[in-house]
Every structure is written in C-alpha cells, then in structure tokens.
Ligand binder design. Sequence first.
Ligand code: SF4
Length: 569
Amino acid sequence: MEKIMRVNLSELKTSIEDVRKEYRGLGGRGLSSHIVGKEVPPKADPLGPENKLVLAAGILAGTTVPNTGRLSVGAKSPLTNGIKEANAGGSAAQKIARLGFQAVVVEGRAKELTLLKIDKNGATFSSASALKGLGNYALIERLKKEYGHKISIVSIGPAGEKGLKAASVMVTTPDFHIRVAARGGLGAVMGSKNLKAVVIDDTGCNPVEAKDKAKFREALAGLSKAILSDPLGPAFRDLGTPALVMMINSFGCFPTKNYSLGQFGGAEKISGEYMVELMKKRPNAQPSHRCMDGCIVSCSNVYTDEKGEVIVSGLEYETIGLMGSNCMIDDLDSIASMNRVCNDVGVDTMDIGGAIAVAMEAGLLAWGDGKAALSLVKEIGKATDRGTMIGNGCKVTGEKLGVKRIPHVKGQCLSAYDPRGLKGLGVTYATSPMGGDHTAGIVLPNPGDPSYNPGSPTGQAAPSRFMQTFMAAVDSLGLCMMAGMPLLAPVPQASLLSCISALTGEPLGENYLENLGKSVLKTEKRFNDAAGYTEKDDRLPRFFLEEKLPPSGNVFDVSEQEIDSVHRF
Ligand code: SF4
C-alpha cells in the first residue's frame, strides 16, 4: 500500500501518487489527520472547496491480522470546526488496501451529485442525480443490484446531501448491513463535494502480503490468541457492546434524563442481557455478528422485529445510552427504530440522541415518549424546521431551544458515560482534539490496577493522556477498539509490534506505538490551535462542575491546571 488515490471532483479526474515522504508509515487516523493537517487550511470553511475528505485504510488493513478493517474518514469538521477523524468497520478499508491504496483523498466539488467507482482498473465517475434524496438502505439495494455483491459502499443519506452538522458516512459490511463513521458531521463534507457514494470492488486483488512471511505467521498466532483470551471478550461476543449497560449503570455513570441522573430505573429493559433474551424469540435475530471479514470478537448483532425483519445491525451501547436512558426511553424496539431512521437518513445516533434529550428538557416532547422521539427523528429526512434542528445535533438544538444544560465539548455531544464518575474519561472529553468522544481515549476502572480511582479529582490527566495516545495509534493501525484494548498488555502488544515489523520488513523504532500516537495528537492539536481553539475550549459544560450527580453526589472537579497538562508531551 504505497499509493494514494487523489480524486478531483471538480474536474472528474483521478491521479495515483506514491505516498509522500511526510506521510510514509502512516495509515488510518494517523494518515487522515496528517493529510488534513498539512493540506487543509485550518480556517477553511468545512463545507467549502478547500476542505478534503480522506478515506484511509489502517496500517494493517488488507492483511490477515484480525479486526483491522476500520475505515478512517477524515476532514475538517462542520460540527466541531476542528480536525476530525471518525472510523467505522465494514469492508471498505480492506478493499481499498487490497487495491493497493493507503488512502483515497477526495478534493473539489462535482457539478452534480456523483458516484465514484474504484476497482482494479482505476476509477470511474457517473451521475448520481437519480439517487438524490435516497436513504442509505434503498441506495445500498440499488447499488448491489447494479454492481453485484462483491462491492463495499461508502455513502451518505439525505442529511449529508443537505449539509446537516450531525450527518455521518455509512460503510457496508460484507453482508450489507450498515456501519457508521458517525461523528463530527463528515457526511456533510461528503455531501458538500456532491459525492453520494463510493463503490469499491477489489475483485481480482489479493490480500496484502507481509515482507517477512514466517515472522508474520508466528506473530499473528500470538496476537489472535491474546485477543481471544481477553477476559471481556466473551461478554462482548455474547451480549455485544450492550453488555456495558448494566456495568456503567452500576458505576452510577449511565447518562439519564439529559445527564441529570447516573442510574436509570429502566436499565434492565435496555440491557444486553434483556436484548439477548428478546432475540431468542425473534426469527433471524443474531446476538453475535461480525462487522468485517477477519473479526474474531463478533461484538455486533442483528436486531430484528417480531416477524424477523431486520431493524438494525448492530444496536450498540452508545445508541442505547444516548437514545434510551438519556431520553428516559426503556424500550429497545423504539431505540432500534430510531437507530434505523438515523442510518437511513445518515446521521449520528449519539448527537441525535443528545439533541432529543435537550429537546425533552425544553419541553418539546415528553421524557420517555419513544413514539414522539421516533416521529421527531423521522422529521430529519422531511427537512421540517424541527427535523433540521435535531439533525444539526445536540449543541444547535440546545441553543435554539434555550436549554442551559447542553452536554457537548467543541460542539460534539458526549458519549454514554457521565464524566462526573469517570473523571479520566471526562478529561479525554475535554481535551481530545476530536471533541467529546469516548473512542478518543476511554479511561475505565481497571481490575489490573486497583490503585486507579476514577472518581478522584487528581491523577486523571496521566491516564487520559496515555489512552488518547494509545487510541490514536490503534486508530492508525485500523484496529477496532474491541481488539485494541487487550493489546494494552505487554505480551500481546509485543505480538502486535512483531506483526507490523514483519509486514513492513523493517524493525520498528523504540516506543513505536507511543510515538505514533503522539505524532497524530500533535498534528491534530496544531490544526485546532490554528483553527482558533484555545485552552478555554478544553472544558466540560459548567453543569458537570456544579450539579451533583445522583446517586453518588459526584461533580467533575479535576482542576483546569491538570486538564491543561494533558497535551504537554
Ligand atoms: S469486534 Fe465488533 S467492532 Fe470489532 S470488528 Fe468485530 S464486530 Fe466489528
């Protein structure tokens, strides 16, 4: 993967170049952030012609290393106005890598809505005018019929076409379910370029081969064993990420009623355990599902209705937290139906869940009213005033409705963990260049380190910095978080490093992962500083500092001095 494909939509031309010296050795988030950091003016209009949309495969993509098919989508974000990377599973990154590309960089703007097809013969453009306004589910069916079942599709729905700030980029799985590069409004960037979909076909291409095959095989065996022996693995395989519902609720950090409570009375009814029992009674439901070929954890699921019709795949913890407990909705079918509408119109369930909760706080709809919430989400696609407001995410919605308690950092809704009880994660929310986001550096209590106290007002900067650095490296490799977390331990990490060096045929420098992660964070921070961010933007909303969170009574009381130390490497 020594090539980058440049797509000039203004001229409907593509060119293929060697990976430039300054981008060598990078992949995934590392590559997308370095390209955006170097080539997009920090003060550019995110929806203007100067912005670029990067689709990057991870360093390990296209190989047989498990769980390494995350696609990094990068650009300047219309939601945060800073640099952004959002990644998703599915099959696109593996195919991009097998076609020989580390990234596809989309530049300019097409005159009309356009479809880009990439295969072993190169790239072709066609008009997508007939697909205008089409939801992602219908779009996928149309493209499958036209291009066959061996493709992967990267697409936007009507929200991306309309430039809504919570618009996301969808990626198909090998069995054509939808995974989502959800955060930061990157679907609106794709829409601003008049790009409806990218169809990727790697027919006739081979997996990416390691330079040192024997060493690679040996390291791969050790790595797979380590991922499979992670103690949390069986819980994620059996219950999916909804396994977290009861755990985070028991910590008193499950966002409830727009982050005003830390425990939800209806938690059991939206838990992974409850969901799996429900699925046993429903035809075609799959409690365990792989979002990409080569996954050995299978944390995803296929959620169906009573008749066996697929509602959504997968129904994930973050969606359940933000659209469920945070809106006081204790009905999985309502949450799954909202999730489906979000996937179809192409928006982030987390920011939309946050927006519904602030709308409930403003009295626009009643707490716990799943029907009204679903109907409001449907308005996004109809482009009503309310739908457009919600589709622009939780900050825009809260400000329009005059709500004081808006749970966002840098314009992006927080994830489904209240930072008053998980203060290291609170520091990540505050300081990550990505805005409020758990994947940027999740810090949870760790049985292996009983000395770490997640509720302490001190000692939170170091774990946040460590995890932000580690996750920036994981995102650059193309690894999913479920497989990345077990690699924190030294022995599995040694196997991972061995795989990477066998792949490239070169020894890795000392502290490879740490240096990789730091270089990504430094690039992102530099971009955001130049875009106008200051330390004042690295703060949680005041209500987290002032309101005691029931039942623990915790407030977020990590000092500004400690918060500001995070990015001083
Ligand atoms: S563990 Fe989950 S997120 Fe990771 S590749 Fe498998 S299904 Fe996808």
